[in-house]
Design a binder for this molecule. Structure first.
Ligand SMILES: Cc1cc2nc3c(=O)[nH]c(=O)nc-3n(C[C@H](O)[C@H](O)[C@H](O)COP(=O)(O)O)c2cc1C
Length: 199
């Protein structure tokens, strides 16, 4: 089993999403010690924006192919996705642009687009300064989680699991509460995996 671990936060050791992805990966390894982990820090090693290239040896194309291969090989993908300006960091968007490739992860058919990457488990650690939950006034400004759901659904991954810490910039108390509730959810992530294995 292969696990692809992606971080995108620019905040280094202060990052909430990095601490959550690390905890999720640690939980999954505890449940399945044989997991082979491939780590990509998109802030430390940003991807060039996608562009059409004529030469297959172009460094951007070579990197893009490596990103696609790592994605296709992974059974489980754990992604740190902070909310930056209501959406995802541009580093994460650049990664998404490399995995959304017609003929590889989806294809167009007479009946519409068909996802080709089904069967993978995607767990997203979502961190955000404010509150965007269902029913909140700000829910309509959330272009982060719905966007990520849409991206993965489009390529055939219907069930994306979110571990969420929100309101982390509202106050120190809110941040503590958000982290506690996110870490409680991480315990559930592990339990679900055990249930799936047993099923
Ligand atoms: C450049 C930038 C843009 C941000 N934009 C938003 C935003 O639109 N809405 C929000 O609620 N929080 C926003 N925040 C706060 C982050 O979502 C919050 O600090 C979160 O913890 C970031 O995840 P990280 O700690 O893993 O980097 C922003 C933070 C940064 C650095």
């Amino acid at each position: 089993m292969k696990l692809l671990h992606i971080d995108a936060s620019a905040l280094g050791n202060h990052s909430v999403s990095r601490s959550l992805t690390a905890a999720i990966v640690a939980e999954l390894i505890q449940a399945q010690p044989e997991l082979e982990v491939n780590y990509h820090d998109l802030a430390a090693h940003p991807l060039p924006h996608w562009s059409p290239v004529a030469d297959a040896g172009d460094p951007g194309a070579v990197l893009g192919n490596a990103v696609m291969d790592a994605f296709l090989a992974a059974d489980v993908i754990v992604i740190g996705a902070p909310m930056y300006n209501f959406s995802v960091p541009s580093q994460l968007k650049a990664w998404i642009d490399r995995i959304m490739v017609a003929g590889k992860t989806f294809r167009y058919t007479e009946n519409g687009p068909l996802g080709l990457a089904g069967g993978k488990r995607v767990i997203i650690a979502s961190s955000r300064g404010g509150f965007y939950g269902n029913g909140s006034e700000a829910a309509a400004m959330d272009f982060q989680e719905p966007y990520l759901r849409t991206v993965f659904k489009f390529i055939g991954i219907d069930q994306v699991e979110f571990v969420r810490a929100e309101g982390v910039n509202v106050s120190a108390d809110h941040k503590v509460e958000a982290l506690e509730s996110a870490h409680a959810a991480i315990g559930q992530v592990n339990r679900k995996q055990v249930i799936r294995k047993a099923a």
